[in-house]
Design a protein around this ligand. Structure first.
Ligand code: F6R
Ligand code: MG
Ligand code: MG
Length: 365
């Protein structure tokens, strides 16, 4: 019997501004998922938030892309939106791009990461949730977890990981995908993964038996084929231990607060700060971008946990470094590389300025 984990998330309203999902929204989602558990659609659930994004972490037996489970998440977000509207929360319902559910929540606004697997005797899973960034933010940490022996000692030491992993990469601009293996194709793989705004990791599998290891949300980005539709605060599910990177190897890459896109107006680069859930509230200049890590044991579908993995003093230096980098980047104001390159600007004021000036531009003789 297989277990499915579905993490479905949306920003349906927050205080103050695009800051923090209000507890009343989480409570509404809890209420709806509790009912689904009672009715046995779900085995278990956990509701949380990272910044203004509400995350529904659900386990069940229905497999990936299940209409009932997706509809449940959709309804939870619709009902939470009604609460958000009542409280006049900021951005009430902002990620719900449609009025009616049409079979699959993908392409309707919310982000989705799912995986189905046969439970091992003990199955630790880490759910990562980000705010103020984009799915490509996971490229570097996931590469380090599953392909860098300086991060994951198991790639060298443990025969069950030694064969390496296979990466499914989405080209979110061209709406295409490619699967590449590591370590064999490592340099080619990095040639793609370094372009974080375009090539994003969707899935990782263990090569020796094709077992699923990681799944990442990319939905909004591939919403419209061939058209770039902006950034989306992503989530990821990663399995760990006994043939996968150890839990400590899974969280290790986030000790380095690397630069990601998505800060203020989705238009600035900044450091990804690893925080405990209570600090998943990006305030300064709507940031800097945050990531939380919730560790669970999966027990016959039950979610045992979570352990709030970045709520750990050993990440204090990473947070201090992230604050220093944030300060340094902020001093650039509207200049690159703090502000994103023109072709990646999420909001359209810059193209607007260019349009306004277009008639005044003359050829240089
Ligand atoms: C970034 C984000 C915020 C908003 C910013 C402006 O993902 O949500 O940084 O872009 O607060 O928001 P509006 O245009 O709603 O005033
Ligand atoms: Mg928002
Ligand atoms: Mg957000």
């Amino acid at each position: 019997m297989k277990t499915t984990i579905s993490v479905i998330k949306a920003d349906v309203g927050s205080i103050a501004g695009h800051g923090l999902a209000h507890p009343a929204l989480l409570a509404k989602c809890e209420e709806i998922l509790a009912k689904a558990k009672e009715e046995e659609l779900l085995i278990d659930y956990y509701v949380t938030n990272c910044g203004d994004d509400t995350e529904l972490i659900m386990t069940h037996r229905q497999g990936e892309e299940n209409e009932e489970v997706h509809k449940l998440a959709w309804n939870a977000f619709i009902e939470a939106t009604a609460v958000a509207k009542q409280l006049k929360l900021y951005g009430a319902g902002q990620d719900l791009l449609s009025d009616t559910f049409s079979g699959n929540i993908k392409g309707m606004g919310p982000g989705v990461a799912e995986m189905e697997f046969k439970e091992r005797p003990s199955d630790p899973v880490v759910v990562f949730c980000c705010d103020k960034t984009e799915p490509g933010a996971f490229n570097m940490p996931l590469f380090k977890m599953f392909a860098d022996p300086f991060t994951t000692a198991g790639l060298v030491i443990d025969p069950s990981l030694h064969g390496g992993f296979e990466f499914e990469i989405f080209d979110v601009m061209e709406h295409k995908k490619v699967t590449m293996t590591c370590p064999d194709e490592m340099y080619d793989l990095l040639a793609l993964l370094g372009t974080i705004s375009r090539y994003v990791i969707k899935r990782i599998r263990r090569r020796s038996d094709n077992e699923i290891a990681a799944s990442i949300s990319t939905e909004r980005l591939n919403l419209l084929a061939g058209k770039y539709v902006g950034k989306d605060d992503p989530v990821a599910i990663v399995r760990s231990q006994s043939g996968f990177p150890a839990a400590g190897e899974v969280v290790e890459p986030f000790a380095f607060p690397h630069l990601v896109g998505g800060w203020m107006r989705g238009s600035h680069n900044g450091p990804l700060m690893p925080v405990g859930q209570k600090n998943a509230y990006p305030v300064r200049f709507d940031g800097p971008p945050r990531v939380i890590a919730l560790g669970f044991q999966i027990a016959d579908g039950e979610l045992v946990g979570p352990a709030d993995m970045f709520d750990d003093p050993s990440y204090d230096r990473s947070r201090a470094l992230a604050s220093d980098i944030a300060e340094y980047m902020r001093r650039h104001g509207p200049f690159e590389p703090h502000r994103l390159p023109a072709d990646e600007m999420e909001y359209t004021t810059l193209p607007g300025v260019m349009e306004k000036l277009s008639e005044r531009f003359e050829d240089i003789k």
